[in-house]
Design a protein around this ligand. Structure first.
Ligand code: AMP
Length: 407
């Protein structure tokens, strides 16, 4: 029998499941897809087979009641391409799990005890961990014989010193409720900081990198010699940078002010700060492409939203520069970081004294791979480094399942 080399990666959200099937002989993707609007009457399944190049992207709309049904739909789509989950070539299933608390510092093979701990963390990740748990249980039911591996968004950040991770509030209250900075997007920060060192031709243990993960959710991290020493997201993904729909940092007193003065409930404020703030709250759009377009038309609200976004980003670059003392590279990644040249230029503008600069020509170029966008004379490298959380989850999953990754 041949050794199984395929890994399925599942990223289960509250109403969606993103998936990728990879062949770990070369870490190539065999298929990618997304099930959206789970629980609604108009759920959507979009599936793209990548092997062989012959098959086309397929999309269909049908009611999908829950995550179990979603995973069944994924299995059906894969089976249509001869990549069914019953295949003996499947080695393991890797799951993105958002909150691993302090306990999970590494990817972990799922056991009943691991599931119980992820469950115990639901109060600090009420939106994410329940969906992740459902995804794991559903996959277990489908292939009980396979290792299921949990890869935690928080794991990379567990190396932060207490000076960075502890909030300055009453210690007993904080400890009783496990309140501290955990940080998220860890898989991406780990991957990008390593890939940046590679781009510089140096060992990760030698370099200090500021990683700016700017997607719809956004976070910054300071990585020293391969270890995270500070990150912008906190107890939850709400803290830090201005995001697509989240406020990032605000004075916590805004919350009780809204409660007392505007009569808003905790849930309403939660929704305001997580869903109706950030770029969408400021100008009505959370897509940076649309914001660029509106700025081009002279729209002042879009301009201001952009300026606030970039101002916060620049503050974090400065702060993390100070935390690290010496910075070798600043790396931009995720949807905005990889694609929005004006954001990169504006975030770094005026930081020449810190050794930071962006070359306009290099910044405007596009490429699939990691690249430098700083001029040759700059002391600090500025890089665009595409993130690949799914491939990283697959790599870690396969390694834990006993496979050896070549790519
Ligand atoms: P992510 O969460 O990493 O998938 O990033 C999604 C976000 O990336 C979108 O909401 C857009 O704001 C941004 N984005 C994607 N493509 C572009 C682009 N070509 N130019 C500017 N922003 C982009």
């Amino acid at each position: 029998m041949t050794t199984p080399t395929r890994v399925l990666v599942l990223n289960s959200g509250s109403s969606s499941v993103k998936y990728q099937l990879l062949d770990m002989r070369d870490a190539s993707r065999l298929a990618v897809g997304l099930v959206e609007r789970i629980g609604e009457s108009s759920s959507r399944v979009a599936h793209t087979p990548l092997e062989g190049g012959g098959a086309e992207r397929r999309e269909r709309t049908a009611p999908i009641a829950d995550h179990a049904a979603a995973l069944k739909a994924v299995a059906e789509e894969l089976a249509r391409d001869g990549l069914g989950l019953d295949s003996p070539e499947l080695a393991a299933i890797g799951h993105r799990v958002v909150h691993g608390g302090l306990r999970f510092t590494e990817p972990t093979v799922v056991t009943e005890e691991v599931l119980a701990e992820i469950e115990r963390l639901v109060p600090v990740a009420p939106l994410h961990n329940p969906a992740n748990l459902t995804g794991i249980r559903t996959a277990q039911a489908l292939r009980p014989d396979l290792p299921q591996v949990a890869v935690f968004d928080t794991a990379f950040h567990t190396t932060m010193p207490e000076a960075a991770s502890r909030y300055a509030i009453d210690v007993e209250t904080a400890d009783a409720h496990r309140i501290r900075r955990y940080g998220f997007h860890g898989t991406s920060h780990a991957y990008v900081s390593r890939a940046t060192a590679e781009l510089l031709g140096r060992d990760p243990s030698e370099v200090n990198v500021i990683v700016l993960h700017l997607g719809n959710g956004a976070s910054a991290s300071a990585v020293s010699g391969g270890r995270c020493v500070e990150t912008s997201m906190g107890l939850t993904p709400l803290e830090g940078l201005v995001m697509g729909t989240r406020s990032g940092d605000i004075d916590p007193a805004v919350i009780f002010h809204l409660q007392r003065v505007a009569g808003m409930s905790a849930d309403e404020i939660d929704t305001l700060l997580n869903k109706r703030s950030g770029l969408v709250g400021l100008c009505g759009d959370n897509d940076m492409r649309e914001i660029h377009r509106r700025i081009g038309e002279g729209d002042p609200a879009a301009r201001l939203a952009f300026d606030i976004y970039v101002h916060r980003l620049k503050k974090y670059i400065g702060a993390y520069y100070a935390v690290l003392g010496r910075v070798d590279a600043v790396a931009f990644t995720a949807g905005v970081g990889e694609n929005a040249a004006p954001v990169r230029a504006a975030a770094v503008a005026g930081l020449e004294e810190l050794g930071l600069a962006v070359d306009a020509g290099l910044n405007a170029e596009r490429s699939e791979g990691a690249r430098l966008i700083s001029p040759g004379y700059a002391r600090v490298a500025v890089a665009v480094v595409p993130t690949d959380e799914e491939r990283e989850i697959a790599r870690q999953t396969f390694a834990l399942a006993g496979g050896e990754v070549n790519a």
